[in-house]
Design a protein around this ligand. Sequence first.
Ligand code: GDD
Ligand code: MG
Length: 352
Amino acid sequence: MKAILLAGGKGTRLRPLTVHTPKPIVPIFNRAFLYYQIDQLRQIPEIDEVILSLNYQPRRIEDVFGDGADIGLKIRYVVEPMPLGTAGAVRYAGESLSDSVLVFNGDVLTQVDLAAVLRLHRERRARATIVLTPVENPTAYGLVETDKEGNVRRFLEKPSADEITCNTINAGIYVLEPDTFDRIPQGTAWSIERSYFPSLVERGEPFVAHVGRGYWIDIGTPAKYRQVHHDIMDGRFVAPPFETGDRGAACVSPEARIDAGVEIAGPCFIDAGTVVKAGAKVLPYSVLGRQCHVEEGAIVEGAIVWANGRIGREAHVRQAILGRQCHIGRSAAVGDGVVLGDKSVVTDYSSL
Ligand code: GDD
Ligand code: MG
């Protein structure tokens, strides 16, 4: 069985982080996001190949995963000549397939029982099976109405507030039958949410839903990107590097250098090669990537700092996200909700 991961979007809502790092490989702690999805795919031993459907900065993604040897799964890259939308991408990537295919949006992290989803698909002889998750506000997602037997009755992408009729949304995980792909036009952008799924409903084809009650998040905005780190640190989603679900732990690489007189309060993460100097504080929910420098007396408080960041003396970085190689000057203050692209510089004594 093959799995297609839709990893071609531009990640506009995560800009500026995604200017040089496509969303599927933004780091979660010290691993590219797609590693977490690939971990989920291991639930289905039948999956022998992962097809990465790419468009935006494909080479950067290929450089991370190579031929898949180090993850023990064959990886195939399919690069679209132009953005084909979510349905166009599935058709393009799935051109040679004849068996049921598992499809994932490349930005969702979830604790779903994939074997149960596949079983349901087969038992119901469905043309498509979709995973749903309940959310408080469906407006940012695809609203999916079902009947008592779990048949999908309506699919409405990005409903307005007055169109909300239920709380179940598309979790971005599907099992599809490739012989339904011929309705997707070739060579033009086509949406799985706005065209393909509604077409299944209109034609009355067997289209069923599995409602997942486990953890689910779409990491596509800065707030959600921070949230997923919190959830892993708190053990709400159990994953590396907090595999034990060890609440409150400070996870510090043995290859980090923490000087005497540093305060470290978990949960937090400090990666290899990072140096934290005397009098500095790394407070709960902070994440410091590889080779960062936190100078004397600096405070990192719930911020996410990608590799090679430098936080100057007495600077205070609070709840921000800093791309690679950012430089925060001495006594500078960077506050809540700030998101800085790679190589940003905040000069000494500035506040942001
Ligand atoms: N290859 C390829 N080509 N991939 C694409 C393209 C494209 O043209 N456009 C988007 N993608 C990928 C994105 O990289 C992402 O992984 C996935 O398709 C979904 O796109 P998003 O842009 O993240 O969509 P969304 O979050 O607004 O909505 C989607 O996900 C929600 C769940 O998180 C929809 O599927 C909603 O129905 C759903 O509820
Ligand atoms: Mg998304």
